[in-house]
Write a protein that binds this ligand. Structure first.
Ligand SMILES: Cc1ncc(C[n+]2csc(CCOP(=O)(O)OP(=O)(O)O)c2C)c(N)n1
Ligand SMILES: [Mg+2]
Length: 751
């Protein structure tokens, strides 16, 4: 027996043993109850049976002991996560009120929930899952040692990240997807009558991500749409050291139109079970969101590293022990007359022994052995399958229905905007699970008309306006993607991505990493962006900050500048979403949407005919492959986006003075086509990087670093926009990179 004696004396355990040991069996009841079957209620009027109560007690004990074992492991240098569930073990009864295939996005204090849910499916070992997670063991089944999360595909538990409330927009998206799937006849991993469940703490109720998600849920049902979502608020009265104002949770969420509010004492397992059962039943039957407020208590501090004594007195801390949910469940079982205190303590000891033996094994297990192993699930790239998938088109009859008698390939040369619109139409015609949504996309067709007419062709269930909240737009993408849809959300301007960026960075891009690919977030986010708009000025419609997207591991970032590239690039992103669950962002240069000409009025050089599906092979755009315009040997200009037409014009002027220039359009900013850049650099020996983004954090930094890393020793220079916000009106030209500057830099390099 390997249990560490020092842990036996943890005050919480001492209290548990003493309190349970001093419970008195109700002997009068005992003989009467002994006649009752295990299916009898544990307490009069409750739906919780004796048998079920005992099972949940076991889950509660196991959860508590996992916390203590995690601290023990930590002290021995092989436990890396000590945020526990102690005091919150009432959530075992929330799990019991749900089904094992109700998708769950859980708060980090959900040990008892997880253990209870796992018990609903044969062959699971939740204690091992938890403790191997604490040890960052490769054998941990969901994250494989990359994080300690609650997650399991067979248990419909979707891993959540540490960022408070960031899983709620996704939870709303999952609930939305269940309804939308039923309407569209689409199959999700969950049953048609599933409810989504998510949990948060009391301080998290105040987070704007949570208030936004809650608002989206209510906005959805306000329109008469269904949304079966159970939001559990586990209210322990604290956010780390900060007490929540008494009564605040009920005040904040207890009286919201469209949100049924339920409250339960988290220490009373039968009450939690009864109230949760009613809440879940209501959400399931009425397809409406409900809020379940479970009043809990927090033991063992916020985390193992939290010096709780610095902000709460020892007296106050130990006074909470009187509210221990484990003792209260034990008291209920003893009061039933069917179980003795000694028997329950014996159960506790046997579980303790088992958990410590698992902890020892977890401590002896291996952690991830190499950088390659850490990274392997981050962003799988099955390029060949993606390439062949990108060539798939809808049948000609479906295409004719979608396009009417105006097939894009017979419309002559198209603008960038027309090409993107045709590509979206093709995507929707090909894949009945593709969805296009965002602010203004449906009726108006987006700010720039790119999605115009799509709703008419594909219906309002597949092409729809969302409310004005970028976190929720991306949350819908996260949820619908998990449900097997192919979300193509639109963010109106690049500047308006920033307030919602964590939904991409912290949620979308991390999911495969923290679930070893068990869960994926296929999506293609379209964002109108970048500067040089003639008619619409100011920073927020001309934002050129791409750095924020470039450092998200695994995320694909493309900037289609010319209509020739837009369709194949979009097809590659959509195919990769399907094949590898890839998260892609296409930043579409607004200033080029409706461009037609390059060098002279009516030259039509910024138009390109849309290829018919049988010609898509020729134009396929692999991630990380650039396109070179021209073959001049004097200078290579490396650029993208609005830099492309400017550079092509400069190249023409240089040609007129005898210099032969080639212009490389990066097309993809992540992964950066550095191999192509190096090839053109070596071919010319002179490179000018033309970067419309800012000098600091812009693309030129990456291109130049890539060249230096490659060993390129030729001449090298860059021009970029100023480290400034973009002012309104003509003053914008002072900060944005211009053609004169490009030409001057090129001539310096050539001199
Ligand atoms: C967005 C964000 N800000 C700050 C933190 C750091 N943090 C972790 S837990 C926590 C308090 C959460 O309190 P509550 O929601 O009541 O949950 P509890 O820990 O009490 O269960 C904070 C501030 C975080 N994880 N995410
Ligand atoms: Mg709290």
């Amino acid at each position: 027996m390997s249990a560490d004696p020092s842990q036996r004396s943890h005050p919480l355990e001492v209290h548990f043993r003493e309190a349970v040991g001093s419970l008195r069996r109700d002997t009068a009841r005992s003989s009467a109850e002994a006649q009752h079957p295990d299916s009898a209620a544990v307490r009069e009027g409750s739906g919780l049976s004796l048998q079920r109560c005992l099972e949940l007690f076991d889950a509660q004990i196991a959860s508590r002991l996992c916390d203590l074992a995690a601290q023990w492991m930590h002290k021995r240098g092989r436990g890396y996560y000590t945020i526990g569930s102690s005091g919150h073990e009432g959530n075992a009864a929330v799990a019991a009120a749900l089904r094992v295939d109700d998708p769950a996005l859980l708060h980090y204090r959900s040990g008892a929930f997880y253990i209870t849910r796992a018990a609903q499916l044969p062959g699971q070992d939740p204690v091992r899952d938890i403790l191997y997670g604490v040890a960052a063991a490769t054998q941990e089944p969901i994250a494989g040692g990359r994080h300690k999360v609650f997650g399991h595909p067979d248990l419909a538990v979707i891993p959540s990240t540490s960022t408070i409330g960031s899983h709620l927009p996704r939870a709303v998206g999952v609930a939305f997807a269940i309804e939308r799937a039923r309407k569209l006849g689409h199959r999700t991993p969950w049953p048609e009558d599933a409810v989504a469940v998510c949990s948060i703490g009391d301080a998290s109720v105040n987070h704007s991500t949570v208030t936004g998600a809650l608002n989206t849920a209510l906005h959805t049902v306000h329109q008469g749409l269904g949304l079966a979502l159970v939001i559990v608020c586990e209210d322990n009265g604290y956010g780390i050291s900060v007490p929540s104002p008494p009564g605040w949770v009920a005040a904040a969420v207890g009286n919201r139109p469209g949100l049924a509010y339920f409250r339960a004492d988290g220490g009373d397992l039968a009450e939690v079970f009864d109230v949760a059962s009613r809440a879940v039943e209501q959400a399931r039957r009425r397809r409406r969101p409900v809020l379940l407020h479970v009043e809990s208590v927090r033991f063992l501090g916020h985390a193992g590293s939290d010096a709780e004594a610095s902000y709460r007195s020892a007296k106050v801390i130990s006074a909470d022990y009187a509210r221990d949910p484990l003792v209260r469940t034990a008291a209920m079982l003893v009061a039933s007359g069917r179980h003795s205190p000694a028997e329950l303590l014996d159960r506790y000891d046997r579980t303790r022994e088992h958990i410590w033996s698992v902890a020892e094994k977890a401590m002896a297990s291996s952690t991830i052995g190499s950088r390659a192993d850490v990274i392997s699930p981050l962003a799988p790239r099955r390029s060949r399958q993606t390439a062949s998938r990108a060539l798939e088109a809808a049948s000609s009859s479906r295409r004719s229905t979608a396009f009417g008698d105006r097939l894009p390939e017979s419309q002559g040369p198209l603008t960038l905007a027309q090409t993107i619109r045709a590509s979206l139409t093709d995507a929707l015609a090909l894949d009945p699970a593709a969805l296009v949504f965002g602010q203004d996309v449906a009726v108006k067709g987006g700010v720039y008309g790119l999605t115009g007419g799509l709703q008419r062709s594909f219906g309002s269930a597949r092409v729809f306006d969302t409310l004005l909240d970028e976190q929720s737009i991306l949350g819908l993408a996260l949820g619908t993607g998990l449900a097997g849809f192919l979300p193509i959300p639109e963010i109106q301007y690049l500047a308006y991505l920033h307030n919602a960026e964590d939904q991409l960075r912290g949620e979308a891009a991390t999911l495969q990493f923290f679930s070893q690919g068990a869960y994926r977030n296929p999506m293609v986010v379209r964002i109108a962006g970048l500067a040089y708009q003639k008619g619409f000025g100011g920073h927020f419609h001309n934002d050129n900050s791409l750095g924020v997207l470039r450092d998200i591991p695994g995320l694909v970032l493309g900037v289609p500048a010319h209509p020739r590239d837009a369709a194949p690039m979009l097809r590659s992103c959509l195919a990769a979403a399907r094949v590898d669950g890839t998260v892609s962002v296409m930043v579409e240069p607004i200033a080029l949407y409706h461009a037609r000409d390059l060098h002279a009025p009516d030259d039509g050089a910024w138009l390109w005919p849309y290829a018919a599906p049988d010609q898509w092979t020729e134009e396929h755009a692999d991630f990380g492959r650039a396109r070179t315009h021209g073959s001049g040997r004097d200078l290579a200009i490396v650029t993208f986006g609005n830099g492309l037409p400017m550079s092509l014009r400069v190249a023409k002027r240089l040609a007129a003075t005898g210099f032969a220039v080639r212009v490389l359009d990066l097309r993809w900013l992540t992964p950066l086509p550095i191999g192509d850049v190096v090839r053109e650099a070596e071919a010319t020996g002179r490179v000018l990087v033309v970067d419309e983004t800012r000098c600091s954090g812009g693309i030129s930094e990456a291109v130049i670093t890539g060249l230096v890393d490659s060993g390129y020793r030729g001449r090298l220079a860059r021009v970029c926009s100023a480290d400034s916000f973009v002012p309104l009106g003509p003053a914008a030209a002072h900060v944005l990179l211009g053609e004169a500057e490009i030409e001057a830099a090129a001539r310096r390099l050539l001199s």
